[in-house]
Every structure is written in C-alpha cells, then in structure tokens.
Design a protein around this ligand. Sequence first.
Ligand code: G3H
Ligand code: 13P
Ligand code: ZN
Length: 318
Amino acid sequence: MKYTEFGLVNTRTMFADAIARKYAVPAFNFYNMETLNAILSAARTTHSPVILGVSESAMKYMGSDMLMGLIRGANIHHNEQIALHLDHGGTIDACIRAIDMGFSSVMIDASKLPFEENIKITKSVVEYAHAHDVSVEAELGTLSGIEDENTQSATSSYTNPDDVVKFVDATGIDSLAIAIGTSHGAYKRKSADEELRFDILQRIADMLPKFPLVLHGASQIPTDLVNTINEFGGDMPNARGIAPEQLRHATKMNICKINVDSDLRLAMTASVRKSMAANPANFNPREYLGAGTKEMTTVCIDEIKNIMGSDNKLPHIS
Ligand code: G3H
Ligand code: 13P
Ligand code: ZN
C-alpha cells in the first residue's frame, strides 16, 4: 500500500526545511500503542514534524498488520509532516517489504560491511525506494552499543570524512547517518563531559554542504529517570547519555534528524516502577501504562523544544 494513503510524507521536505532553519526533526522509535500515542501527542501539541522509527525487531513484536493498523488508527494528515521510517533495515528485502507495507522512508544499515558492498546494497535500496517516492538513509562508520542483531556492534569507528562524497554520489541516498561518538543504549559515556567529535562533523558538513546528516544513539539518558528506576528496584548504575547542549550544537551543523529510543524506554520504566510501588494493590495495567505514556509524552515534548528545536515548524504554522 502507498504511504500517502495513511497521510504520511517522505522526509524530503522536512529535511530541506530543517537544514535551512537549522533544527533537527525528531525520530522517536515506537513499538506499541503507548509509544505511538506518546510520540504523536507530543508532535501534535508542539506543532513539530516527526519521524516514527520502527526497527525490524519492533516490527516483529507488533506484527505488520497490527503496526499498520495502529498507523491507520492514528488518523494522520499530510499537513502534520509525519514520516514512517524503517530504522536499521538490515537487508534489501526488509527495506522492500517496509516500502510495500506503506513506509515513507527506510534506512539500509550496511555500515558494518566493506565500503564497496555498503555502496552496492544501498544503491539497490535507493533504486526501489525512489521509484516509490520513498526516502533512504544509509550509514557510514559504526556506533558501539548493544541493541539487537541489526544494531549490535562491540566496537565503534568514526565516519571517515574522505568517504562521504563518494558514498552519497554513488548511492543517491537522501540522508546519511554518521558516527561521531554517540552509541545506542543507556551506557554511552564514561564521563558527563566527554565531547562528541565535532571536528569530524564539521569536516563532513564542509564536504556535503546542505546535505541532511543523521545522529543515531542520541538519547540524553536523563539522570532523574535513571535515579527513579534505581530508587524503585531497578539496577542501572552508570547509565549516562549525550549532554543536551552537545545535541543542540549538532543541529546547527547539518544534523537534521536525531534518533531517540532509550529515553522513552527509561520514561516508561521509571513511571511503571514508581506507579507500582505507590499502588501495590493496583492490578489494572491501564493505570501504570497510562502513567508511562504521560511520562514518555513529557520527555518527547521536552526534547522537541529544548534539543531538536522543531516546535512550531509545520508549514501551515510558521
Ligand atoms: O537503534 C536502535 C533502536 O534503539 C532499536 O532497538 O531493535 O531493540 O527495537 P530495537
Ligand atoms: P538511543 O539508544 O540513544 O535512544 O538511540 C536510538 C537510535 O539510534 C535508534 O535508531
Ligand atoms: Zn540507531
């Protein structure tokens, strides 16, 4: 089914505006009704464009019919500038399946393969995607951090700025994910003042002027949420993320999509733990899941306003 039938848009217009006005479009991951409702409610409240990220494991968790049923049930209008994006697609087939289901954007993540193979696979995805007016993100360099089989990487290597022009020209991609020191999950940094490699970002931005760049693994890992989790029975010592001012700085340097998943996981987990501890007799999941949805919405709104700068950026608002 074509994505326009769900009211979705591809990322082309939103990225052009983000580059021109120096902000980032948020890409939040969802995997159930609660995460989808939280993300949409935050985007709608703040009049922000948004990218709904779905990993392959999230797709497996929901089932493709349920996933597209949730999207249909969200009553999305194309004026809202909402894209449905396959996050870390591991194969050409996975990308094609997502496009045929109604995704408006896909990431082909062949970043762990040799450079020339990454080009070859990415190019095949671009050919299919562009024939369906779907945008394509690919990655150069690798992020560390443990997520699932498609994002697992024990080591990291920064993106080599000398590779980017050849890669973009040879593949025809619409946006490029780069590795400058972020990583997936809740344990990103040894210390709070560790800096991202802005020197590498600057060189890439110079090589690819006005080209949309993407930052994965960009959760802040808010200390208050980690503390709440640990206070109510959790065990997440030394969880640490990326400082908000560094993320804000990146949005001024052609980073026009910032991926966040872990912060929403923390918000839900902190809230559920707290709610269960406060109401030990409650056994109605709607109470703690409702509280969790509210907390995730708060996190999304905060990041839209204070990191992405994407609030009030919809064409009919601004
Ligand atoms: O970048 C990876 C996302 O956090 C997805 O993780 O595959 O566990 O859904 P997941
Ligand atoms: P975090 O683990 O930092 O939230 O990163 C999410 C991500 O990159 C999804 O693709
Ligand atoms: Zn990622």
